[in-house]
Design a protein. Structure first.
Length: 116
């Protein structure tokens, strides 16, 4: 089971790296997910993530309060809005409504989380 959790942790880190360059894929949520999996599969890597100067505070805020930083919320909502507008401009209906729908659902969820 530990190997499965470690593999899922690595997969989450790969998605986090991809999220750093792809607009619709988030980075921090995948790092938080990787920390969760590494806690069960590779505690040394989980500790490195928790102690990371950039990602560590986000992981701890989520674990302790299920909270997202105000800066994180702002950029997540901004990215959702940009993706929705790009979809509405470049896609034909009904496909054009998919990014807007995802942005509305995801943005609502993010906006209703506590602020760290």
């Amino acid at each position: 089971m530990r190997r499965l959790y470690a593999c899922l942790g690595y997969a989450s880190l790969v998605l986090a790296v991809l999220g750093a360059v792809l607009p619709l894929l988030p980075t921090v949520p995948f790092v938080i997910l990787a920390a969760f999996f590494f806690a069960k599969g590779n505690p040394q890597l989980e500790e490195r993530l928790v102690k990371h100067p950039i990602f560590g505070p986000h992981i701890m805020a989520w674990r302790e309060k299920r909270a997202i930083s105000s800066k994180g919320k702002f950029f997540a909502l901004l990215t959702f809005a940009c993706s929705a507008v790009i979809g509405l401009v470049f896609l034909q209906p009904p496909m054009a409504y998919i990014p807007a729908t995802v942005a509305l659902i995801g943005g609502t969820w993010i906006a209703t989380r506590p602020t760290a």
